[in-house]
Design a protein around this ligand. Sequence first.
Ligand SMILES: *Cc1c(COP(=O)(O)O)cnc(C)c1O
Length: 363
Amino acid sequence: MKVPYQSLEVIHKPLKLELEEAYRKVFERQWYIQGEANTEFEEAFSCYCDTRHCVGVGNGLDAIRLLLMAYGIGEGDEVIVPSNTFIATALAVSYTGATPVFVEPSLQSFVIEHSEIERAITENTKAIIPVHLYGNVVDMEPIMELAKIQNLVVIEDAAQAHGALYKGSKIGSLGDAAAFSFYPGKNLGALGDGGAIVTDSKEIADRVRMLGNYGSAQKYKHECIGINSRLDELQASFLLVKLKYIDEWNRERQKIAKKYIELINNRYISVPKVEGSVYHIFPIFCETRDCLKQYLESKGIMTIIHYPTPMHLQGAYIEYCEMKLPIAEQISRTQLSLPLYPGMTDVEIDYVIKCVNGYENKG
Ligand SMILES: *Cc1c(COP(=O)(O)O)cnc(C)c1O
């Protein structure tokens, strides 16, 4: 039996007619950038996130970068980011000329918490980027309190947590602004690259729109050094189709995760329990992780490591290589993501559980 890590085919096949119709409409209009579909998607997605404004952008990295630019963050500023995240979070900070400051996550939730953040604040700190990693929801309330006292901007990196709830409120509506990615494999994914920012601030939304459109709010008038990062009409129209299903898909992810949590039982493997996750990723932890990965592959089960190298040990961040970030290092060394996707069958889920339970430590 073969179990893929994820299957876009299983998600997209039932939507074939709807997606083709979406394509047909864009083709008929022959308008490909900043048109009706983008406007309609922005309205739908801001409504979905319970925020006043949404601006479609080219990808998730640009969404973070444009927000930092809109808040005027740049050289000499420090921005707090988790030590364990996808590199885009840190890169977005580096692009602005500001310095990413890595903060260790909690080993219970795998996301950053206010106490560690507080210890990293200096007089140069301007912003915090909590990442809802794996779909796990950051405890935002104490972070927002801290940010208010210290006068810091909070930008949620919500690239892995579309639709997740924190105390009944939507992820993306908790910070000053939030960045989303619609990379195809995300909980809400386009059929290509895509991203968006959401915020209640009209000023910030307008600035992001201008900055992502060559620094121009009016054609051929350029008020500042912007970039080109826009959500194109095809992706916006595909996203409008898929947005209708996100809650259903998230519920399915949670159902699969619940089964994993209840039934995986192996003394070499730890299975974290977290509240409210939308399980972009289902992580397990094992001291002999590489061996476990290989064993599962031999059983036809594909897994992925999120992420094998922490930020401070990447070539891109060589200046941080002397840093000791033991939690990020431990997670990188032991983490493994199990297959989990909407449309995964009970037979597949049971097979994964059976194989994981049958693993014997060869370390
Ligand atoms: C995917 C991702 C991004 C970047 O999104 P892209 O659309 O690939 O640029 C940023 N942050 C996190 C946590 C992500 O998972």
